[in-house]
Structure formats: structure tokens, C-alpha cells
Design a protein around this ligand. Sequence first.
Ligand code: DLZ
Length: 231
Amino acid sequence: MGDTVKNFPQFTDKFDGSPLRIAIVHARWNKSVIDALVAGAVAKLKEAGVKEHNIVLQSVPGSFELPLACQRCTLAPNISGVLLTRGISRVITGSLVQAGASATDLLGGLGITTPRSATPVAGSAAAATTFPTPTPHNRPFDAVIAIGVLIKGSTMHFEYICESVSHALMRVQLDSGVPVIFGVLTALTEDQALERAGIGRLTKGHNHGEDWGAAAVEMASRVRRWGEGKF
Ligand code: DLZ
């Protein structure tokens, strides 16, 4: 028997990632750790069947910027610039957010939204708008994985960022109804961070990015099922 109780038992049902579109938004601070975590998440997404062209990477400077970028992946302004929430607008015009597009594209270039599932109420702004036909590259994200690595320094910066980022990411998830996977490592030392990315100096450790990839596929699949009334 193992000598630890802290682990992540994956659900025994297999979730099929092939219909899913997933965004990974990552910070660039502590890059070597970030790179390993992103690679772990991508590997797990692909293993679950998510197609490469449906994995969209975006980067932002630091973890503090993650919530806004994630929000833009789940909510987009409608044509009149009004932010719609809760199931009405979740689409980002796909060509703007494919891998290779810059964070500036993502944050500044959003244009058109379309209902994800709900039919717009007659007479509403959404109903009055002509929406583009969804294409494989113009679909809502089924989940967003936010990846950042915060390593404690000698000031209070760490505490403030950890606290605000975790609350904000939860808010994005609940406001949008799109799963936001919390891939923010909050480590007291560099060695802790390296070990949690599977690249530890003494003990290799486990790559938590893999868990986040698996969590994204599971939550995205569950939310789809729940949306169809299947519980
Ligand atoms: C400023 C800062 C510091 C000190 N440490 C980290 C860190 O360990 N991890 C991280 O992701 N970001 C850090 N940042 C940058 C902030 O997240 C943010 O990018 C800046 O304060 C600009 O808003």
C-alpha cells in the first residue's frame, strides 16, 4: 500500500475528448515549470481524443492576468459591445484564437458572439443579431485550463495574487457556466514547483498538468451531458 492519501483518482468512465474544444491560457512567469505543465496538459488532452486543432493555446504575462484572458475565452462582447452572460454568448471567432495568435489578438480582437445552446429570446439584442454559422474553428470552448506558477518571494505579493486569482477564476467559471480548470501552482519554493511539474531536481514528482488535462475533458463532457438533461 502507498504511504500517501493525497492523490487524484480519475473517474473510471472514459470521457471522449474528440468532440471537445479546449483553451489553455498560461502565464509566462517561471517558464520552465509552465512549459512542463502545459506539455502535460496537452498530452493528456490528446490521449483523451481531443484533436490538435481543437487545443488552443494563449499566453499572458503573469498569473494575475489569467482571469481576464480566461473570461474572454468564455464570454465575448456581442455586436453592440454589451457583455452577455449565462449561456448567451460564449463564442470567440475561431480564427482569432488559434494557436499562434497573440494574447493581444485574444484580448482585443473579439468580435461576434453566438448563442451556445439557448435560442435567443424574441426581441432581444441577441435575437436581432445575425450570427455566423459555427465551423470547426468557430465554436465555443468546452473548457478553459488556466495555468500559472506562483512562487513565494519575500513580500506579500504572492499572497495577494494567489488569493485574487483563485477567486477570480472561480467567478469566471460560475458566471459563464464553462468549466475553468484551476491550474495555478502556488509553491513556497522553486523545488516544490518543479516537483509538481514532474521535473524536480531531487525527486522528479508528478506533472499536475496531466491532471488538469484530464479534469478539463471530464468537466467539459459532464457539462455537455448536464446541458442535455442527462444526470
Ligand atoms: C510580479 C510577479 C511576481 C513577483 N511573481 C510572479 C510569479 O511567481 N508568478 C506569476 O505568474 N506572476 C508573477 N508576477 C507577475 C504578476 O502575475 C503580474 O503579471 C504582474 O503583476 C502584472 O500585472
